[in-house]
Design a binder for this molecule. Structure first.
Ligand code: ZN
Length: 284
């Protein structure tokens, strides 16, 4: 369950059945940095116990990639160690403090449009049959845009880069291990009706990501991938985005040109992605 990606970076894989994202840990000589708190105390505890068994005697820090429940609700497992997040993440979490997370309250918020069915359903699944006494913990250390944590022989540079998925989204770079933890920064907008991407926003984020020298990329709801694999997929995505910007609301034209540029036939998933980009243009 504890996977070693590099000498000082370990992780627990995502579990889509209950919307658990990857949890990461950077093992310093002096401190352990946990990346994301997970979607529940149960989720966080499984990972943290495994890390502490393997790498004992280090105090820990937790850093959040963004405020979404699946990344933050596990923070209550460790109230004695610092919780680090961007100012924006702090502000977003503040709005959740004191909310009722019962089925009825979740359903009511979905009806009112302040919660989405996707999250409500997975909260019910993760907390099925267990105590749903969810405590939203506010970060005690915040930063505006960047922060570097020194852990002893290894460090972590955090940069908030925002995006349509969540404007507080941060990426975490571990230069000594050449690992870039992307959280959900490449994900679509999910809280605003049908999911969509904004072409120019994706291209902006990709330019920022390119500044880092990376061997392993980690997106929260996927498996870690090496640089070759990551850029093979990402370059295709960027081609989608560029064509949407060049050709506008012209799906047949985009499909034709896409086949030329990426050199393969399109599958249904590709057409769905084009729709998500075109929808994004209407949100701009
Ligand atoms: Zn998210």
């Amino acid at each position: 369950m504890l996977n070693k990606l590099t000498k000082r970076f370990v992780y627990m894989p995502a579990d889509g059945s209950v919307d658990r994202p990857i949890l990461g840990a950077v093992i310093g000589d002096d401190r352990t940095l946990f990346i994301d708190a997970g979607n529940s105390v149960r989720h966080a505890t499984v990972f943290r116990n495994a890390v502490r068994r393997e790498y004992p005697l280090r105090p820990s820090i937790t850093a959040l990639t963004h405020w979404h429940w699946d990344h933050s609700f596990g923070a209550a497992c460790d109230l004695n160690s610092p919780l680090v997040a961007s100012v924006m993440t702090h502000q977003a979490l503040q709005k959740l403090v004191g909310l009722d997370w019962s089925d009825e309250a979740l359903d009511e918020r979905v009806r009112q449009g302040t919660e989405i069915e996707f999250c409500a359903d997975y909260i019910k699944k993760e907390y099925d049959g267990v105590n749903r006494d969810i405590r939203v913990v506010l970060p005690d250390t915040t930063f505006a845009d960047t922060l570097t944590l020194h852990l002893g022989a290894v460090s972590c540079h955090i940069q908030r880069i925002g995006g349509v998925h969540a404007e507080d989204s941060c990426i975490l770079y571990v230069p000594e291990e050449r690992v870039l933890f992307l959280g959900d920064v490449l994900g679509p907008a999910i809280y605003d009706g049908p999911r969509y991407y904004i072409a120019r926003d994706l291209l902006r984020i990709v330019e920022l990501i390119k500044q880092y020298h990376v061997e392993w990329y980690i997106e929260s709801h996927h498996m870690p991938v090496n640089a070759a694999e990551f850029w093979r997929d990402m370059n295709e995505y960027c081609t989608f985005a560029e064509l949407v910007m060049e050709l506008g609301d012209n799906k047949p034209g985009i499909e034709r040109e896409l086949v030329n540029r990426i050199g393969r036939e399109l599958v249904d998933e590709d057409r769905a992605v084009i729709d998500q980009f075109l929808l994004g243009e209407r949100h701009c």
